[in-house]
Design a protein around this ligand. Sequence first.
Ligand SMILES: *Cc1c(COP(=O)(O)O)cnc(C)c1O
Length: 472
Amino acid sequence: MPSPKRAGPLPSVDEVLRVETGRIAVARFGHAATVSAVRAGIGQLRAAPVASGSDRPDRAAIALAIASVALQALEAADVPRLRRVFNLTGTVLHTNLGRAVLPEVAITAASTAMRHPAALEFDLASGGRGERDSIVRGLVCELTGAEDAIVVNNNAAAVFLLLNALAAGRETIVSRGELIEIGGAFRIPEIMARAGTRLVEVGTTNRTHLNDYAGAIGPSTALLMKVHTSNYRIEGFTKEVTARDLAPLAREKNIPLVDDLGSGTLVDLTRYGLVRERTVQDALSEGTDLVTFSGDKLLGGPQAGFIVGRRDLVQLCAKNPIKRAVRLDKVRLAALEATLRLYRNPDTLAETLPTLRFFTRKPPDLLELAQRLVPALSLRLPAFAVTPRACASQIGSGALPTETIPSVGLAIEPREKKTSGRRIEALATAFRGLPIPVIGRIDKGALLLDLRCLDDEAGFIGQLGALALPSD
Ligand SMILES: *Cc1c(COP(=O)(O)O)cnc(C)c1O
């Protein structure tokens, strides 16, 4: 809004607060915030040129203009920073877009937990104190075959807690091929240093043998650790010692074997037509003593981290003071419990768990969806060609990093090729500027909207009118 020209003396703050728009602003945003917004508005006007002659606005008109400017500023500052978006990037578990979308049952459970008191650490049978981890322990053990389980804030916290509880002041042996960086600042060597354990690297980047581990074991060895190479794959002349091969050595030396699975899945994904990923059950049955994994990657629940396996070791983690600093709150615990419960019926999981529903959507269905969307988009974007395009979705969050899933997207490209690079960027910006921002990706000269994760077709189409097109 252009700032209004001012007449001689400006209205006072009180005068502005008394006009109707001012009163609305006070009712919605409170007296203090409105006063400062009005002061800012008056300040802007003071700097504006003084109008002359017959178009001099009167004092009431200026008060109204200031109130409107103030209300707009208050509204703009009130837009939530955490915005819902359409994830049409093709990466289903997109870390920067919040990873898993939660199942309805989890949403219901979480809102109940938010709205009411809950028996979080309260034993309803005895009326005495209960234990937070007992809420999901039974389910986790049933689903994974583990003896015991605890949950914490995320998998990074699970790994940190485990290393501190079981290996502080002593050594942890890891293969050089598994010294991963997950992103952010999560690097295994640094996490180890912070957790107070000394990293002992064995093998080489591409090849590690059983006798490398055996040779490194000494009186200070606390753990043998395996780390899932979540976001890369070493191929070619390689040798990895599997947990199955490492377990007998760990037994013989009486040193716990732990495995950071990263994503961690509870079901055999081939059952849903996906590539096989080692499950938590696999890791435990191969002789791993403790397994850590995330709640919001392949599992499809809220952000959380699990430590599951041998009871004595799990309990050492549970009793470590860091556990208290990284424990889960009741809201996420409620959502996690509801999500885990869905796994008791794997037959319906592809419908009940959004993450799996997205993974299993078939290209012919996505093509149909694409064709339904073309007319509305073409109408709105006459200067662009909108066509369905075969593409490849990714799982994301470091799960199955080299696997893709055949998908279908909408490719939007300028009909006029001359300045196409800039115009595609501008179009992507316009989509991100929608009331519910649409995030796509740029692919082979087009803005590509991968439709795998589009759930709300009506919501997507309904807001296209608000698309602020790049000017031609
Ligand atoms: C993702 C990942 C982590 C971190 O898990 P968060 O739940 O994001 O904290 C740790 N280790 C591995 C191997 C991972 O893939």
